[in-house]
Design a protein around this ligand. Sequence first.
Ligand code: MG
Ligand code: ZN
Length: 215
Amino acid sequence: MAVTEPIGGPGRASRARGDRAVFIDKDGTLIDDVPYNVDPRFVRLALGAGTALALLKAAGFRFVVVSNQPGIAYGRFGASALGAVEDRILELLAPYGVAIEAFYYCPHARVERCGCRKPSPGLIAAAAADRGIDVARSWLIGDILDDVEAGRRAGCRAALIANGNETEWFLSELRMPTIVADSLPQAARAIVTARRTAAEPPGSRRHAGALVGSR
Ligand SMILES: [Mg+2]
Ligand SMILES: [Zn+2]
């Protein structure tokens, strides 16, 4: 289904179709990647994250974190330890007037072959169902192609932050980002611009692979 978005924020039609959201990866995308960290003292927002989310919020997007946390399966920390990290992220975002409304985690190791570990779409599908989000009007932002694939399998468009964290570059049609950006603010600007012009459904061939250059 082609969707044309109204310029100037959500209107009657958008409410009828369900809300739009940005599903955002946590480690290496929203915050700097510190492997297996659950100490709030080491949580740092990615450069420009606050202003990026403020721009997206103004365009009518809600925010849900979708994050693989195999450290739980490996016994590095308990699931409850992530609460302190969530609190710190919310504290750091508050000055920008934005909040993450929910955090969805996969607690499994890859070998468990669950349906929620990205690149599977389970976290996004669950969040969308739980929270009345229309995936066709939503985006995934991540720093590796497994994030992109999860977003596109769920029916979202996907922005890859090419910050060096993806190292394998195993590409397939479902791993092609809609947008490639250097940073979260650049991705946010591209998403807001795409929203005004996009008329292609997620997963269409013409839709994949737009590249956003440096400014
Ligand atoms: Mg990541
Ligand atoms: Zn899982």
